[in-house]
Design a protein around this ligand. Sequence first.
Ligand SMILES: O=C(CO)COP(=O)(O)O
Length: 123
Amino acid sequence: MRKRLALIAHDGKKPEMVAFVKDHYDILSQMDLTATGTTGGYIEQTGLDVDKKLSGPKGGDAQIAAMTAEGKLDGIIFFRDPLGKHPHEPDVQMLMRICDVANVPIATNPATAKLILDGFKAI
Ligand SMILES: O=C(CO)COP(=O)(O)O
Protein backbone atom coordinates (compact mmCIF):
# COMPACT_ATOMS: atom_id res chain seq x y z
CA MET A 1 0.00 0.00 0.00
CA ARG A 2 1.21 3.53 -0.77
CA LYS A 3 2.64 5.27 2.25
CA ARG A 4 1.26 8.68 3.20
CA LEU A 5 3.98 11.08 4.29
CA ALA A 6 3.91 14.72 5.42
CA LEU A 7 6.91 16.98 4.84
CA ILE A 8 7.51 20.20 6.78
CA ALA A 9 10.55 22.43 7.17
CA HIS A 10 11.11 25.66 9.03
CA ASP A 11 12.62 28.41 6.89
CA GLY A 12 16.18 27.80 8.11
CA LYS A 13 15.86 24.14 7.14
CA LYS A 14 14.20 24.43 3.72
CA PRO A 15 17.47 24.00 1.78
CA GLU A 16 18.11 20.82 3.79
CA MET A 17 14.60 19.59 2.96
CA VAL A 18 15.05 20.22 -0.77
CA ALA A 19 18.38 18.38 -0.69
CA PHE A 20 16.78 15.48 1.22
CA VAL A 21 13.88 15.27 -1.23
CA LYS A 22 16.26 15.21 -4.22
CA ASP A 23 18.38 12.52 -2.56
CA HIS A 24 15.30 10.34 -1.94
CA TYR A 25 13.30 11.26 -5.01
CA ASP A 26 12.59 7.71 -6.19
CA ILE A 27 11.03 6.42 -2.97
CA LEU A 28 9.19 9.71 -2.33
CA SER A 29 7.68 9.56 -5.82
CA GLN A 30 5.97 6.31 -4.77
CA MET A 31 4.27 7.94 -1.76
CA ASP A 32 1.30 10.24 -1.25
CA LEU A 33 2.92 13.46 -0.08
CA THR A 34 1.41 16.27 1.96
CA ALA A 35 3.27 19.40 3.05
CA THR A 36 2.84 22.76 4.68
CA GLY A 37 2.35 25.47 2.07
CA THR A 38 5.77 26.99 1.54
CA THR A 39 7.65 23.73 2.01
CA GLY A 40 5.26 22.14 -0.49
CA GLY A 41 6.04 24.82 -3.06
CA TYR A 42 9.74 23.98 -2.88
CA ILE A 43 9.01 20.25 -3.12
CA GLU A 44 6.89 20.81 -6.23
CA GLN A 45 9.87 22.48 -7.86
CA THR A 46 11.72 19.16 -7.66
CA GLY A 47 8.98 17.61 -9.82
CA LEU A 48 7.11 15.68 -7.11
CA ASP A 49 3.35 15.92 -6.64
CA VAL A 50 2.38 17.19 -3.21
CA ASP A 51 -0.88 18.09 -1.50
CA LYS A 52 -0.18 21.55 -0.08
CA LYS A 53 -1.81 22.65 3.16
CA LEU A 54 -1.75 26.17 4.61
CA SER A 55 1.57 27.72 5.44
CA GLY A 56 2.80 26.59 8.87
CA PRO A 57 2.25 29.89 10.69
CA LYS A 58 -1.25 30.13 9.15
CA GLY A 59 -2.32 26.70 10.46
CA GLY A 60 -0.55 24.18 8.21
CA ASP A 61 1.04 22.33 11.12
CA ALA A 62 -2.38 22.15 12.79
CA GLN A 63 -3.91 20.72 9.59
CA ILE A 64 -1.21 18.05 9.47
CA ALA A 65 -1.78 17.31 13.16
CA ALA A 66 -5.48 16.81 12.41
CA MET A 67 -4.65 14.40 9.57
CA THR A 68 -2.37 12.50 11.97
CA ALA A 69 -5.10 12.26 14.61
CA GLU A 70 -7.52 10.97 11.95
CA GLY A 71 -5.15 8.18 10.90
CA LYS A 72 -4.45 9.71 7.49
CA LEU A 73 -0.63 9.73 7.70
CA ASP A 74 1.98 6.98 8.07
CA GLY A 75 4.84 9.31 8.92
CA ILE A 76 6.03 12.90 9.16
CA ILE A 77 9.36 14.46 8.30
CA PHE A 78 9.64 17.83 10.02
CA PHE A 79 13.00 19.56 9.82
CA ARG A 80 12.72 22.00 12.70
CA ASP A 81 15.14 24.89 13.09
CA PRO A 82 16.34 24.67 16.69
CA LEU A 83 18.00 28.09 16.38
CA GLY A 84 14.95 30.01 15.19
CA LYS A 85 11.96 31.55 16.97
CA HIS A 86 8.55 30.62 15.59
CA PRO A 87 5.29 32.45 16.33
CA HIS A 88 3.34 29.22 15.88
CA GLU A 89 5.42 27.16 18.33
CA PRO A 90 2.23 25.99 20.14
CA ASP A 91 1.08 24.35 16.87
CA VAL A 92 4.46 22.66 16.48
CA GLN A 93 4.23 21.28 20.02
CA MET A 94 0.69 20.09 19.33
CA LEU A 95 1.85 18.23 16.22
CA MET A 96 4.60 16.50 18.19
CA ARG A 97 2.11 15.54 20.89
CA ILE A 98 -0.45 14.19 18.42
CA CYS A 99 2.26 12.03 16.83
CA ASP A 100 2.90 10.48 20.24
CA VAL A 101 -0.83 10.05 20.90
CA ALA A 102 -1.36 8.37 17.52
CA ASN A 103 1.99 6.51 17.50
CA VAL A 104 2.98 7.99 14.14
CA PRO A 105 6.73 8.28 13.45
CA ILE A 106 8.05 11.83 13.15
CA ALA A 107 11.62 12.59 12.08
CA THR A 108 13.04 15.99 12.97
CA ASN A 109 16.40 15.66 11.22
CA PRO A 110 17.70 14.03 8.02
CA ALA A 111 19.38 11.10 9.79
CA THR A 112 16.11 9.99 11.38
CA ALA A 113 14.15 10.76 8.24
CA LYS A 114 16.40 8.38 6.30
CA LEU A 115 15.72 5.65 8.86
CA ILE A 116 11.98 6.14 8.44
CA LEU A 117 12.22 5.87 4.64
CA ASP A 118 14.43 2.78 4.96
CA GLY A 119 11.83 1.35 7.34
CA PHE A 120 9.06 1.95 4.81
CA LYS A 121 11.12 0.16 2.16
CA ALA A 122 11.45 -2.85 4.44
CA ILE A 123 7.70 -3.34 5.01
O1 LIG B 1 6.37 26.83 9.66
C1 LIG B 1 6.46 25.70 9.27
C2 LIG B 1 6.45 24.60 10.21
O2 LIG B 1 6.19 24.97 11.52
C3 LIG B 1 6.55 25.39 7.85
O3 LIG B 1 5.56 26.07 7.13
P1 LIG B 1 5.83 26.46 5.63
O4 LIG B 1 6.19 25.23 4.89
O5 LIG B 1 4.53 27.03 5.12
O6 LIG B 1 6.94 27.47 5.67
